[in-house]
Design a protein around this ligand. Structure first.
Ligand code: FMN
Length: 147
């Protein structure tokens, strides 16, 4: 059977204003609706909030990712949505999470700063791969991380 498993990763700029508790509430709402919708669409992935940016990985069929991403792109809670990668993948890397969350702490901040600083021939592709790795590495910590 033809493989129809895709991964999409993007970066965006957060437009959520307010203090830490407002930001936290908005992110909780985003995660709640994401987990509900993604479960129904069989989309897995992870969301990171860091240095006023979002990075998100979505995994699923081309059709389901496209439908979900169309909604996400129009969401006024972020802007400058830049796709870093949208391609076939042999297997899910975030198969246990309808939407895992990786929040900001000193480790993830440092890792994300490093990614942003690293020069590359193809910045989008390399950044995509490095963000995948960052999210994957910090997932287990993220599961225990209280928003
Ligand atoms: C950074 C960010 C990530 C989001 N991720 C998802 C997601 O993975 N799945 C999803 O269904 N909605 C996600 N949303 C929420 C959607 O933009 C949208 O509000 C939600 O799907 C409900 O859409 P509807 O009101 O058209 O039904 C995300 C929003 C933001 C700002």
């Amino acid at each position: 059977m033809k493989n129809d498993l895709y991964q999409l990763i993007y970066l965006s700029h957060s437009e959520i204003c307010g203090n830490d508790s407002t930001i936290r509430e908005e992110i909780e709402q985003i995660l709640a609706i994401s987990r509900q919708n993604n479960r129904a669409a069989n989309i897995t992935g992870a969301l990171m909030f860091n240095r006023n940016c979002f990075a998100q990985v979505l995994e699923g069929t081309h059709h389901q990712i496209q439908q979900t991403f169309e909604r996400i792109q129009c969401d006024p809670r972020h802007s400058n949505v830049a796709i870093l990668d949208f391609d076939l993948t042999p297997a899910r890397r975030f198969s246990e999470w309808f939407m895992a969350y990786v929040g900001e702490n000193s480790d993830t901040r440092q890792a994300f700063e490093q990614i942003q600083k690293t020069p590359a021939f193809d910045p989008h592709q390399l950044m995509g791969e490095r963000i995948y790795d960052l999210l994957h590495t910090h997932l287990h910590a993220a599961e225990n991380y209280n928003l």
